[in-house]
Design a protein around this ligand. Structure first.
Ligand code: DOR
Length: 424
């Protein structure tokens, strides 16, 4: 089985390659790069005028299965990934039951096989994400988990977290941490500040995130483990990571399009659609996130794709669940907010969404080179379009970006040489 991609602008952030080239994929792997390639019995895709980049690697996705199939399934979440140019993703463990044992890691992986998306479920840090007893990291890793996390429910117990980091270090896997002190944020809906005051609601203070990032950095230094901070949203937290990196601590972090595009003001316009944990913060925080992306403090752009049912998001703000979908809009939002604004060159944006997260996870993904997997996204970097949540293939319609005009449109997504999405 051969696939020939003709005449695209091939951008490989890992090697710095950025050139017009043909690309031949055979048996799932990139066989050859070059000009005027031809081959018998080949399926051809014309990429002239388009960018050919590594399939995106989204290291923070909620697929909801098992247990919350009304919100999303592995199949619908993976279809959304394909539509967004994502070929590899890490599925978060806050399912029902929690993916805290090898059987469940294998179950999620098996469900994903037919979708063409490479799904790597993260294992839970603690049994049932209860924050009490550590899971068996070795067994989870052997079953296919590239990392552990109790995402959504931060580990509060420091002795347990320290032990978790020691164990993760011995296995050579990162611990991904959702940083928000639970006693400080409770189930509050919005950032603590001007907007929470205006609404008369208790808020989630930025210090709740910053303290946990500081704590994680210190524990990473002490244990030598690799800590990865999930969806960083506070400017001071970015600065803590910056300083920790300067000290040589093994720490990385990710952010999401919502944090470099929106602010807490969005809650006043869109209510529950803009409710997410950690919350959208101030304009100064947003600027600090942009600065952290530009200076390399922030290592990855992820979606934190968190589908919820329409009826849940119709509840009053204090009761509605937190989260927003993102798989079908992340590339366009990143190109619009970071590349078309001139903040980052194209290859840097793509690196943040492919080679860099792959490296954090130790996955052989996010590369375009002879011999590497034929996972690609082909997109028009300039095409303008309007986000319409009714067109999503995800079950989730909970986006604050409905009606936004963006630039950058996915045309094809290819997984191991098979076209798994084409625009029309
Ligand atoms: O807003 C969020 N929603 N943040 C999380 O950490 C969890 C997620 C979810 O599972 O809905």
């Amino acid at each position: 089985m051969r696939l020939l991609i003709k005449g695209g602008r091939v951008v490989d952030p890992a090697s710095g390659m950025d050139q017009t080239s043909d690309l031949l994929i055979e048996n799932g792997r990139i066989l050859q790069l070059g000009s005027d390639l031809d081959s018998p019995d080949v399926q051809t895709v014309s990429a002239s005028g388009l960018v050919v980049a590594p399939g995106l690697v989204d290291m923070h996705v909620h697929l909801r299965e098992p247990g919350f199939e009304e919100k999303e399934t592995v199949a619908t979440g993976c279809a959304a990934a394909a539509r967004g140019g994502v070929t590899t993703l890490v599925a978060m463990p806050n399912t029902r039951p929690t993916t805290d044992c090898p059987e469940l890691i294998r179950l999620v992986r098996e469900k994903a096989v037919s979708t063409g998306i490479h799904v790597f479920p993260a294992g839970a840090v603690t049994q049932g994400q209860k924050g009490e007893v550590l899971t068996d990291f070795t067994a989870l890793h052997a079953a296919g988990a590239p990392a552990v996390t109790d995402d959504g429910v931060p580990v509060q117990n420091l002795a347990l977290l320290r032990q978790a980091l020691q164990t993760a270090k011995n296995l050579g896997i990162p611990l991904l941490d959702h940083c928000e002190d639970r006693d400080m944020v409770r189930n509050y809906a919005v950032n603590e500040g001007a907007v929470s005051e205006k609404l008369g609601l208790p808020g989630r203070p930025a210090i709740a995130e910053e303290l946990q990032v500081m704590r994680d950095a210190m524990l990473a230094e002490e244990t030598g483990a690799h800590v990865h901070i999930c969806h960083i949203s506070s400017g001071k937290a970015v600065d803590i990571v910056r300083r920790a990196k300067a000290r040589g601590i093994s720490i990385t972090c990710e952010t999401c399009p919502q944090y470099f595009t929106l602010t807490e003001e969005e809650i006043l316009r869109q209510g529950t659609m803009a409710r997410v944990n950690p919350p959208l913060r101030t304009i100064e925080d947003r600027q600090a996130i942009l600065d952290g992306l530009v200076d390399g403090t922030i290592d990855a752009i992820v979606t934190d794709h968190a589908p919820h049912c329409q009826w849940e998001k119709e509840k009053p703000l204090p009761e509605a669940p937190s989260g927003m979908v993102g798989l079908e809009t992340s590339l366009a939002l990143a190109l619009t907010g970071l590349y078309h604004t001139g903040l980052l060159p194209l290859s840097r944006v793509l690196g943040l969404m492919s080679s860099s997260p792959a490296a954090i996870l130790g996955l052989e993904k996010g590369r375009i080179a002879e011999g590497s997997d034929g996972d690609l996204v082909i997109f028009d970097p300039d095409e303008e379009w309007t986000i319409d949540r009714n067109e999503f293939v995800s079950k989730g319609r909970n986006t604050p970006f409905h009606g936004f005009t963006v630039r950058g449109k996915v045309k094809y997504t290819i997984s191991e040489g098979t076209v798994i999405y084409r625009e029309d």
